[in-house]
Write a protein that binds this ligand. Structure first.
Ligand code: SIN
Length: 523
């Protein structure tokens, strides 16, 4: 079987991965996009409801920069925020609407119908009703699939990045600086681990939401990129900042379903179980549109006070739009649970939503390791600081996706070093391979998610984090041990990545004694 060679390898197919693929391919590079899923559109981008920040009339760069920084508790990287707002925002409409045809909603007068979310001082968010992410993802995927120099490999889970220094059989390579030159990936259809070589590799694997019991994320958000990056020694930062979205539907049968913040942007309000609008006590100015970390903590506190498993979101007073037309996805999902959002209160809870830290990158998306770029949720540009402003994630994923794609394509020299490639062995399977009972894998995964939710969640204490690190370290040790003798499958690869990512997050949280943004500590 021939190994595959590409100028640019992209791991992940959300907004960052596909924007990178399009940018690199249009620069003439041969590109491979790897996705764990059967459908490349099965990713977190697809679940994003609110929309994407763009340049709005009457708005200013200064105002947007101020909002991003205040949401981020002023831990933001000024250079990255400035770049995103000044260079990125003007690209959004021409590329996404103009070039690839995303049908952002318009008002009757033809102007875009900008919506609003928490901590935004303007209506500046382009949206496609309440399925903005799905619309963007579908158009990006359709566009990318038409480009001849993009190859899409689905049901392909990366096991490890290949580097010269770690994998080459030529011992001289270990004395050279480490360079990523491709990946070993598990092909679900054959059950085999294959090699793919690349001049440049981009991590666009999405976030870590599935490390927590309650999350708004897709099932693939298991922190793969973080673990892959750690294993090749890339710099990783800000991992204590995991954002919890205030409003995910609380329902016995429907899991992980987001109730968009845009609903509060249009006037919905939170009430505790006694029926009180409580946000005015926590944030008298911004109330229900305070930054997400503040709203999530207020809900947590109200749930504690009332010994309740949820609070209510009240959308009944919204009259300037028809809820079933403006929020059709939420309307239908709630209706399927017997909740008519026009007449009923919606039970909601906070849930893990977005990873503000990750693999450290510069403005081009370059990591600290040669040959490796990162973009989107798994990267840390510093734009979000300690807590992300709503609808800036799609924007960042898109802008850094383009930048990483262009930079990776220009840096990718054709793979002429045949000697190096020949020195990379095929995947070595464990000698005595064991098929692990899926229940064991499931149990370990649920232990990780419970530890993360209870000890490293919305409200953290030193004691809880201390407990988390000892439990997670023990699990890591056990999982690494059984991984080395397991028959490789997607669930085992994800479990191994998840425990590594969880450990990175807990260690960062333990190392930072200062409450800031979504890293909130009490004594
Ligand atoms: C939402 O629609 O509430 C999510 C938007 C975001 O996370 O930026």
């Amino acid at each position: 079987m021939q190994d595959k060679y590409f100028d640019v390898l992209i791991i992940g197919s959300g907004i960052a991965g596909l924007s990178a693929a399009i940018a690199a391919a249009e620069k003439g590079a041969s590109v491979a996009v790897l996705s764990k899923e059967k459908e490349i559109t099965n990713c977190n981008t697809n679940h994003a409801q609110g929309g994407i920040v763009a340049a709005a009339q009457g708005d200013t760069s200064e105002a947007l920069i101020k909002d991003i920084n205040s949401a981020g508790d002023f831990l933001n990287n000024n250079a990255a925020v400035d770049y995103l707002v000044k260079n990125g925002a003007p690209l959004i409409e021409p590329f996404l609407a103009g070039k690839i045809g995303v049908p952002f909603c318009r008002k009757e007068d033809g102007h875009y119908d900008m919506t609003r979310e928490g901590n935004h001082s303007f209506r500046r968010i382009l949206h496609v009703k309440d399925y903005s992410g799905a619309a963007i993802e579908e158009h990006l995927a359709n566009y990318a699939m038409k480009l001849n120099n993009i190859t899409i490999l689905t049901q392909s889970t990366v096991v490890d990045l290949i580097t010269n220094s770690k994998h080459s059989k030529d011992c001289q390579e270990r004395y050279k600086s480490t360079k990523v030159i491709g990946a070993y990936y598990f092909q679900e259809t054959t059950g085999k681990v294959k090699k793919i070589f690349s001049g440049s590799t981009i991590l666009a694997t999405g976030g870590v939401g599935k490390l927590f019991t309650f999350s708004s994320n897709t099932s693939g958000a298991t922190g793969d990129g973080l673990a892959l990056a750690e294993r090749v020694g890339a710099e990783i930062i800000n991992c204590e900042y995991v954002q919890f979205h205030p409003t995910v539907l609380f329902n016995r049968d429907i899991k992980d379903f987001l109730i968009s913040e845009a609903m509060r942007g249009e006037g919905a309000r939170l009430r505790n179980r006694k029926g009180e609008y409580f946000m005015k006590r926590y944030s008298p100015q911004l109330m229900d549109l305070a930054p997400r970390d503040e709203v999530s903590r207020a809900i947590y506190q109200e749930m504690e006070n009332d010994d309740a498993g949820y609070v209510w979101l009240d959308a009944r007073q919204i009259k300037h739009v028809k809820l079933e037309e403006r929020f059709p996805k939420i309307f239908e999902k709630c209706m399927s649970a017997g909740i008519d959002i026009r007449k009923d209160l919606i039970p909601v809870v906070p849930a893990a939503h977005y990873f503000c830290g990750g693999v450290k990158v510069d403005l081009e998306g370059k990591t600290s390791v040669n040959g490796l770029w990162a973009a989107g949720e798994i990267s840390c540009t510093g734009v979000h600081g300690a807590n992300r402003l709503a609808s800036v994630s799609l924007m960042e994923g898109f802008v850094w996706g383009l930048n990483a794609g262009l930079s990776a394509a220009s840096a990718s020299k054709s793979l002429t070093d045949n000697e190096l490639l020949k020195s990379i062995p095929d995947w070595v399977y464990a000698e005595k391979q064991e098929l692990f009972d899926p229940l064991l894998v499931y149990q370990d995964m649920s232990m990780i998610t419970k530890i993360m939710w209870n000890y490293c969640g919305i409200v953290r204490t030193k004691n809880r984090l201390g407990r988390a690190i000892s439990d997670i370290s023990y699990l890591r040790h056990r999982i690494e041990k059984f991984y080395s003798s397991a028959i490789i499958k997607r669930n085992i690869i994800e479990l191994r990545n998840a425990v590594i990512a969880a450990e990175i997050i807990v260690r960062s949280a333990l190392a930072n004694g200062q409450s800031k943004g979504c890293h909130f500590l009490v004594d």
